[in-house]
Design a protein around this ligand. Sequence first.
Ligand SMILES: [Fe+2]
Length: 315
Amino acid sequence: MWFKLKHFIGNIEETPEPIETNIIGKIPNWINGNFLRNGPGKFEIGNHKFNHWFDGMALLHQFKIDNGQVTYKSRFLSSSSYQVNKETSRIAVSEFGTLTMPDPCKNFFQRFLSRFELPKPTDNGNVNFMTYKGDYYVSTETNYMHKVDPETLESVKKVDWSKFIAVNGATAHPHTEPDGTTYNMGNSYSPKAHYNIIRVPPTKTNEDETLEGATVLCSIPSKDKSRPSYYHSFGESKHYVVFIEQPVKLDLMKIVPDLSCTNYDIFFIWLKLVSSSHNPSSMSELFKQIVYMHVSSPCAALSSGKVKKGGPPPK
Ligand SMILES: [Fe+2]
């Protein structure tokens, strides 16, 4: 068990040149293409270790399936976080569970002041591969993601959501329709916390394009303006986006450096009961309340926690 765990959270070497694989059984001839996955692959930088499994540097994997044969290769995402960590041989950018320690090269006064700077969002896209306008991207849950070449696994461009629409980030689990239109959700925190339904059009006019044409279809105000819910993904049917405002909250007032804090755990709070006026007797009862939390929301398109994308109402 320890042997497996050690490899799960230890540093892994990238293998940018394709290697042969041993195949057990037979892969049907009609399966061809690249099977792409990503995840954390480097947990130690110099003498520093990340505190959380979510924090490891993104390693992109490609299984190339071609006429019954499979080759494998992997490459670390050349993110800004990865590059600066590598150059300084220390963890220089904060991640989900690891706050950056002050740069030892700074003098005492500079280190003191750095405690009062907001953490810079990471672009360590280690959560998921996704497509926008037919191009491949990797992202985490900040405002940054990377457009990547699915053949070489190299980053083509670093993309900032906030340059296109007023969001502070987006989930790593968007939904792409058969026509290529992609829907995602992202929070905005100013002046009050909102959940935003994002639409990215299916086509591009030139190869360099990324999120041009992205729009916010609908903004749903957080029930608690300074404590929006954390969500990792959301649901979608043919005509609706389904969003559940869950009881795990982000405490925005605490997203500032704290002299005593060593990780982001303090930013999350679990609300045992969402509303004191209800007394749910079970988890299903609790979630039923949450799903219907926004029935009278000012968001015109919202109905029972569902945001209409177009088409007839649900039966
Ligand atoms: Fe996920």
